[in-house]
Design a protein around this ligand. Structure first.
Ligand SMILES: Cc1ncc(COP(=O)(O)O)c(C=O)c1O
Length: 468
């Protein structure tokens, strides 16, 4: 078979692929969200032979799609869900077919324009000024955070001035990709100050100020505040405006990781929570979370174009005189990537097809469903975490008080049983040393009946866990 495929063959393949996609989507409503097994050994082997698409799709379904977590399912209530919008799948198809080169403007001015337009739209949601702000569409939140932290490092010349003398102020709830980014950027010995949290898991600004003053008294150099707008574990939004004040007062870089929670700013009732986010020097927000896109797109915005270019542009002399309104031209100047997937299209197309309103509505619904879930588990005798800022919360069963052994052992057993059941998927974490089960609603396919299915599953598993 030739690598150039004839039109009739292409059409036949597309019919099969489309039928596969349709059947998959039709099965989402009633299908389980999790299957604890994995592929059979050798079942996905590349053996150098030719195989027909029908048999390959069958293997793909059995060995990939039906295994593990189903992240497209509305029943994915663990980790941070997203869903996967159909319009993005179409965009990925078009991006792959045309193979537009989204790294450098010269190669594909249109693709780069779309990336800039998406970033401009995102910046607009957060009140970022267009002038002087640069951004990049990354593979996800981890790389987006890495770009921001690299820019902060270079703006403050941390390596030159001794990273072990520099201090960073952060919540223990900050995503671990932040700590990874510090190691990757050569800042592994920077002093991390874990700021005490309030009863709703948000950083206490007064404790931060005390720590900054103590660090200054020791001759250390406070350099960065890292706030979260929606922590992964508990969905907490730090008091952004007050933290921005502190960062400004002590001339620190103010970074906000809003990878999970950022797009909730589109919900009118939640806007006040985000006050101060527009003052961030850098901001991370993930369309593959809060805009329900398929995995593979995060975003970073940085107000200090020069700092980002210093880290990522390949001809530094070009830096000073190129900072005009038409700059930066190319995503490759703002990220470690040169060649990259044309990610802009998978954000641009759904936003153009659906408009903004359905996104805001779907986000608002996730918050309502989280509250409904909390009320229902509480009625069942569970303890619940503090009222969540967004759509992540947690709960645990007070086993000890009910003569069912230690709380942690019981809830870990319950979690295992829930995973074995798999109808709806939850994940666990540790909060304040306690094993808790999380509920994270962030899929546009999650409905009240999904939550009711989860509650029915919890009832089933509770009977088993308590040996009834
Ligand atoms: C708050 C936060 N930041 C960063 C990340 C990392 O993002 P990604 O998994 O897209 O790299 C996550 C992932 O869940 C997150 O919740």
């Amino acid at each position: 078979m030739n690598l150039v495929v004839k039109a009739e063959q292409r059409q036949e393949w597309m019919r099969e692929v489309t039928a596969f996609g349709d059947a998959f989507l039709a099965g989402l409503k009633d299908g389980p969200a999790f299957n604890a097994s994995g592929p059979e050994p050798g079942s996905l082997e590349i053996d150098g032979q030719q195989h027909d698409l029908t048999s390959l799709l069958k293997r793909f379904k059995e060995q990939v799609v039906n295994q593990g977590l189903n992240p497209a399912s509305g029943g994915h209530l663990g980790y941070i869900p997203g869903g996967g919008l159909y319009a993005s799948a179409m965009a990925d198809y078009l991006a792959a077919i045309t193979n537009e080169y989204a790294g450098v403007r010269f190669g594909s001015p249109g693709a780069v324009q779309i990336e800039h337009e998406v970033l401009r739209w995102i910046g607009g949601q957060f009140g970022f000024p267009e002038a002087g702000t640069v951004g990049n569409l990354t593979s996800g939140g981890s790389i987006a955070n890495l770009i921001a932290i690299t820019a902060a490092r270079d703006r403050h010349e941390v390596l030159k001035n001794g990273s072990s003398r520099h201090t960073v102020y952060v919540s223990e709830q900050a995503h671990h990709c932040i700590l990874k980014a510090f190691r990757i950027t050569g800042l592994g010995d920077t002093l991390f100050r874990m700021i005490p949290l309030d009863e709703r898991h948000r950083m206490r600004p007064e404790a931060m100020r005390k720590q900054i003053e103590a660090d200054l008294a020791e001759g250390l150099q406070p350099f960065m505040v890292i706030a979260s707008a929606g922590t992964t574990d508990t969905g907490a939004v730090d008091p952004l405006d007050v933290l921005a004040d502190l960062a400004e007062e002590y001339a620190m870089w103010f970074h906000v990781d809003a990878a999970y929670g950022g797009f909730f700013i589109m919900v009118d009732a939640l806007k006040p929570l985000f006050r101060g986010i527009e003052r961030a020097q850098s901001l991370v927000v993930d369309p593959h979370k809060g805009l329900f896109l398929p995995y593979g797109v995060g975003a970073v915005l940085v107000r200090d174009a020069e700092a980002v270019l210093k880290s990522h542009h390949y001809t530094p002399n070009y830096l000073q005189d190129a900072l005009d309104v038409s700059f930066p031209d190319s995503p490759a100047d703002l990220s470690p990537e040169l060649t990259k997937h044309f990610r802009g299209l998978r954000v641009w197309l759904p936003l153009q097809i659906h408009g903004d309103a359905p996104f805001a509505d779907a986000l608002a619904r996730t918050v309502e469903l989280t509250h409904y879930f909390r009320d229902q588990v509480e009625l069942r005798g569970f303890k619940i975490g503090p009222p969540p800022d967004l759509s992540v919360s947690y709960f645990w069963y007070p086993a000890q008080a009910n003569n069912l052994g230690s709380d942690d052992d019981f809830n870990a057993r319950l979690m295992t049983l829930m995973h074995q059941d798999g109808d709806v998927f939850h994940s666990s974490t540790t909060v304040g040393g306690r094993f808790v089960i999380r509920v994270a609603v962030l899929c546009f396919r999650t409905t009240r009946s999904t939550i009711d299915r989860s509650l029915a599953m919890i009832d089933r598993c509770m009977l088993q866990a308590s040996g009834k």
